[in-house]
Ligand binder design. Structure first.
Ligand SMILES: CCCCCCCC/C=C\C/C=C/C(=O)SCCNC(=O)CCNC(=O)[C@H](O)C(C)(C)COP(=O)(O)OP(=O)(O)OC[C@H]1O[C@@H](n2cnc3c(N)ncnc32)[C@H](O)[C@@H]1OP(=O)(O)O
Length: 264
């Protein structure tokens, strides 16, 4: 694990990003060769619900960007009013155990990859972002959200329990007190409410405005050593990932979830 952590930022310094663009069915990745900023766009209509295939593509996209010399990556959606509706309900309805296991693993891997990128990340939240959609944005370092949409971890409202790494991601962003109030009530915040509690860092008029603000965020690091930056990010986020990735409790929790899902 440690070798992976230390090798990546060094390797990115030797790779060019110019003229890069790749589009798979569910995720589009483009890198602006003038700014060096990558945009990762989820494109799974109607609501970008996170199924196994989308998660695998997302994880791959963010991992691949680790080998390119980019200034930062923006996560956004191709849909007009939805960032992501969260986990695909169909993945949780009577799944085969192998599929359920692969699905949960892909969700956690994607979260870990985005949470841990060596390069800066911003979620340009251009639509509703409940539950797993909110989790994806929390994995990024900065959130810019278009006005008049909703975001939050609303699992309790659905009668389900957010895994503790969802909770940890929320607590990494807003206060423990606000997290408790939000999670226990399954609160979905409107954009301006989310801004007030710090769940989003900036609000935007529309997607273009959100993308422009996201791009501006990266200029904060113009005079910062990227390796020092990444190691500092790891210092701040590493413990959360360790808990999410390795603990016995997590494995038990996952077994419990799969067991629950396969019985419904
Ligand atoms: C099930 C028990 C499991 C037990 C184990 C529990 C473990 C818990 C672990 C993890 C936590 C869970 C995290 C999650 O992410 S759960 C998913 C939470 N998501 C939501 O609550 C969002 C629900 N959707 C909405 O609120 C709205 O759809 C919207 C705001 C995103 C969009 O609204 P609108 O534009 O009005 O569109 P529609 O509502 O008409 O939807 C269009 C279309 O899309 C389908 N759809 C919506 N959300 C999902 C989804 N999450 N998965 C799959 N499909 C979805 C919707 O059904 C419509 O389909 P159509 O009727 O066929 O057109």
């Amino acid at each position: 694990m440690a070798s992976k952590i230390f090798v990546r930022p060094i390797s990115i310094a030797f790779n060019a990003f110019r003229n890069y663009s790749s589009s798979s069915k569910l995720v589009d990745v483009s890198i602006n060769d003038k700014t060096g900023i990558a945009t990762v766009t989820m494109q799974r209509p109607p609501v970008n619900s996170l199924n196994y295939e989308l998660l695998i593509e997302l994880n791959g996209a963010f991992q691949d960007l680790g080998s390119k010399k980019i200034k930062g990556a923006i996560l956004t959606s191709s849909l007009k009013t939805i960032f992501s509706a969260g986990l695909d309900i169909l993945e949780m309805y009577k799944p085969k155990p192998e599929r359920a296991n692969a699905f949960w693993t892909s969700l956690q891997d994607t979260w870990i990859t985005i949470f841990n990128t060596p390069y800066p990340t911003v979620a340009a939240i251009n639509g509703h972002s409940p539950a797993g959609g909110c989790l994806l944005s929390l994995a990024c370092e900065y959130r810019v959200m278009v006005n008049n949409y909703t975001i939050g971890l609303n699992e309790t409202k659905l009668g389900i329990v957010a895994p503790f790494w969802f909770v940890a991601s929320m607590k990494n962003t807003i206060s423990n007190r606000e997290s408790e109030l939000a999670l226990t009530s399954g609160r979905l915040y409107k954009t301006d409410e989310a801004f007030k509690v710090g769940l989003v860092d900036e609000t935007a008029e529309n997607k273009e405005d959100a993308l422009a603000k996201a791009e501006k965020f990266f200029s904060r690091f113009d005079a910062v050593n990227p390796i020092a930056r990444f190691l500092t990010k790891q210092e701040l986020r590493g413990k959360i990932v360790k808990v999410g990735r390795k603990t016995f409790i997590y494995k038990i929790f996952r077994k419990f979830q799969i067991c629950m899902m396969t019985r419904i």
